[in-house]
Design a protein around this ligand. Structure first.
Ligand code: NAD
Ligand code: UDP
Ligand code: UDP
Length: 343
């Protein structure tokens, strides 16, 4: 009991980060679905610090309360345990709709739920936006381009997606989410914003996320083999999470309603990426090649001319700096895990 009391007393009183004071006219009520996830929690931080009232709705499928616990109890913040596949009745000015598993192993675990979340969940958010006159931003993805035949990918490219492959639940789910957004815009006058997000990384990615950045960093930190799927010649372009949050907030406040790529155009092969992480972490990990995964997109790099033109946005954080921060985060997480195993 003393141990528990000690832990509780550590958390009271709460030292909230300083939030800007916004008068009633400028303060918005903002719903972030998936607000306890990796990207959602960073967005919640930004909106809270700007002085808005924020409601994070999450079913904790892949997110964690820990990601937003520093706001729990703050008068501007509310955490709602809610599955977005069910209707949600709230009064809000803006909705950032991020709820959806995002990592391939996560979304493939339950393809039906992934589809329901991106279709029915998106209908619910568009229905809510329609009822209360809120603007809604949909977190779409570079996966709408599938395994692209156009490189780099511009928003005008229609994509190359296998509709029945292992990634289809996510790719097609997001494509329908976009279709729904524009149907609600044209038919019901809902104000929509569509962000096509490219690979993003940073602190608060789940240890078991399964995406390449967290996998490689954790493997390197533990001197395990760094696992490349296939020959490693496939490419990705990685953006740091604070750049994405800047892009999402700019898009929400812009007048631009067509889809817009938000990503860092600096492209690397997965093999180069493995070497880069191994060098940054140090250690004695071997880099090994495993079997390729089905329908793995071979090249991915955003054309960000639209974001530059309409949002005056471009990424600021270099891959190297972003990786250093993220490696530091995972190194601390590993120590915490070891410590709690000892407890
Ligand atoms: P994440 O898995 O960390 O976060 C997703 C959050 O949504 C989690 O907190 C999860 O619990 C919640 N969620 C899932 N299904 C839900 C449901 N039915 N009801 C309520 N909450 C639900 O993933 P992330 O990387 O933070 O991704 C956030 C959004 O950005 C997703 O929509 C994803 O598709 C999109 N996106 C992310 C990336 C990336 O690289 N991180 C790239 C492209 C698109
Ligand atoms: N909805 C919601 N919150 C609201 C309003 C609507 O979750 O505040 C959901 C509701 O489940 C509905 C869906 O959004 O089925 C779509 O709403 P719309 O008004 O387009 O459809 P309708 O209610 O006419 O079926
Ligand atoms: N990848 C890899 N090893 C891993 C995890 C992923 O080689 O441990 C590869 C994967 O095959 C893909 C790229 O890294 O080519 C990015 O995968 P991720 O799951 O991070 O995201 P995706 O862009 O495919 O959605």
């Amino acid at each position: 009991l003393r141990k528990i009391e000690g832990k509780i007393s550590l958390r009271i009183p709460k030292n909230y980060p300083t939030v800007k004071f916004l008068n009633y006219k400028n303060r918005k009520r903002i719903l972030v679905t998936g607000g306890a996830g990796f990207v959602g929690s960073h967005l919640v931080d930004r909106l809270m610090l700007e002085g808005h009232e924020v409601i994070a709705a999450d079913n904790f499928l892949t997110g964690r309360k820990r990601n937003v616990e520093h706001w729990v109890g703050h008068e501007n913040f509310e955490l709602v345990h809610h599955d977005i596949v069910r209707p949600l009745y709230l009064e809000v000015d803006e909705i950032y709709h991020l709820a959806s598993p995002a990592s391939p192993p996560h979304y493939m675990l339950n393809p039906v739920k992934t589809l329901k979340t991106n279709t029915i969940g998106t209908i619910n958010m568009l229905g809510l936006a329609k009822r209360v006159g809120a603007r809604v931003l949909i977190a779409s993805t570079s996966e709408v381009y599938g395994d692209p035949t156009e490189h780099p990918q511009s928003e005008t490219y229609w994509g190359h997606v296998n509709p029945i492959g292992p990634r289809a639940c996510y790719d097609e789910g997001k494509r329908v989410a976009e279709t729904l957004s524009y149907a609600y815009m044209h038919q019901e006058g809902v104000e929509v914003r569509v962000a096509r997000i490219f690979n993003t990384f940073g602190p608060r990615m789940h240890m078991n996320d399964g995406r390449v950045v967290s996998n490689f960093i954790l493997q390197a930190l533990q001197n395990d083999s760094i696992t490349i799927y296939g020959n490693g010649n496939q490419t990705r372009s990685f953006q740091y999470v604070s750049d994405l949050v800047d892009g999402l907030v700019s898009l929400m406040s812009s007048n631009y309603s067509q889809p817009i790529n938000i990503g860092n155009p600096v492209e690397h092969t997965i093999k180069e990426f493995a070497i880069m992480i191994k060098n940054l972490v140090g250690g004695v990990s071997k880099i090994v090649e495993l079997a390729a995964v089905e329908d793995d997109p071979q090249r991915r790099k955003p054309n960000i001319d639209r974001a530059k033109k309409y949002l005056n946005w471009q990424p600021k954080v270099s891959l190297n700096n972003g990786l250093k921060i993220t490696i530091n985060y995972f190194s601390k997480e590993l120590k915490k895990t070891k410590h709690s195993q000892k407890d």
